[in-house]
Design a protein around this ligand. Structure first.
Ligand code: ATP
Length: 336
């Protein structure tokens, strides 16, 4: 028998008055590792996560978090989960140590405060009042607050917004190590590189529905999509290129050549053989595949997709301009 998942959601729905923000979401998040919830502004991520955390009621569907219905979980569930909010109300006059010690007191077996500040790189700030922390340091404190209880399941809502590149990498290491320790992380993020780097699995929400589900490397058929070979040539040489199937075409930039191929080894062999024979340099030669961001933009371009998740879709298809139909960003409401 397979072990019980950390989170199981069936047919989840949530309406705000006449507006249905979550429209029949099914999710299974296994124990251990990082599961990312992606989606444009207004897709229903926060609503879904807040229902899982027990902060919001649902209109329909079944939800189990660590085997408990969060609507009835109370402190039994809260003591087993950690939460990082985009913005949360912390007493700005307390010091970093005091805030963490206060939070630790809610948990049965917390981590030592000194260990947690070390993990998130706040050792030097431990005596500072929260109000003097920089934006990035406050986000690190949010992460520390989620870790101090040593919970089994951690909800991270855009945990690295405002971090400098070094701090982001450090936070990624902390998050990865938590996943490796068997903790379950439910990550909400708008950074595709973050999801690509951290997540074992991602679900893309759009207009309240799951439109794709799977590992970031194969989402939307990424692993089967054609490679793009790009390089630049001085003007007239383009016409002399070897015959390729499909043929080379003009790229986006002046003098750029683009070849779409499902057989990059043979394509590169033909092109580099041709170039070496003529003593020509294929300038800026690169071989790429659609990134997670490319696939994500395709999947979320349609504001109200109908039908089942497109987990098995073979390659991206063009369905209108990426970014159309996005909802306006709603400022997060402080909850504590
Ligand atoms: P973002 O990426 O901007 O944080 P999100 O995916 O988290 O977006 P939600 O905050 O879950 O989206 O919102 C989903 C939809 O539900 C939005 O259209 C939002 O306006 C609406 N909504 C959220 N909370 C409420 C509320 N309390 N009352 C009415 N509508 C709400």
């Amino acid at each position: 028998m397979s072990p019980a998942p950390a989170i199981e959601v069936k047919g989840l729905r949530k309406s705000y008055g006449a507006f249905e923000a979550v429209r029949g979401v099914d999710l299974v998040v296994p124990v251990g590792g990082v599961f990312a919830l992606l989606g444009p502004n207004g897709a229903g991520k926060t609503t879904t996560v807040e229902i899982l955390e027990g902060y919001r009621s649902r209109s329909a569907g079944e939800v189990e978090v660590l085997g408990i219905d969060p609507a009835e979980g109370g402190t039994a569930l809260r003591s087993r989960i950690g939460i990082v909010l985009q913005e949360c109300a912390i007493d700005p006059y307390l010091t970093v140590r005091e805030v963490l010690a206060q939070r630790a007191a809610y948990y049965p077996a917390p981590r030592p405060v000194s260990e947690v500040v070390g993990l998130v790189g706040l050792d030097a700030e431990v005596r500072k009042r929260v109000k003097v922390l920089s934006g990035g340091q406050q986000r690190r404190l949010d992460l520390a607050l989620a870790l101090v209880g040593d919970p089994e399941l951690i909800f991270l809502d855009e945990p690295t917004t405002g971090f400098d590149p070094g701090a982001r990498r450090a936070a990624w290491e902390v998050i990865s190590s938590l996943g490796a320790l068997g903790k379950t992380i439910l990550l909400t993020t708008h950074y595709m590189d973050e999801a690509q780097h951290l997540a074992d699995s991602v679900a893309v929400l759009s207009a309240g529905r799951v439109v794709a589900l799977g590992p970031p490397g194969s989402l939307g058929g990424r692993d089967r999509a054609a490679h793009q070979v790009r390089f630049s040539l001085p003007g007239p040489l383009g016409a002399q290129l070897p015959q390729l199937d499909p043929p080379a075409r003009r790229g986006d930039r002046e003098g750029e050549v683009l070849v779409m191929t499902t057989n990059p080894t043979a394509t590169l062999h033909a092109l580099t053989g041709w170039a070496l024979g003529r003593g020509v340099e294929l300038e800026g030669l690169e071989v790429t595949r659609p990134t997670l961001e490319d696939v994500y933009l395709e999947l979320t371009a349609d504001p109200d997709p109908v039908g089942a998740p497109r987990a098995a879709a073979a390659g991206a298809t063009s369905r209108g301009p990426a970014g159309s139909g996005r909802a306006v960003r709603i400022p997060r409401r402080p909850r504590r």
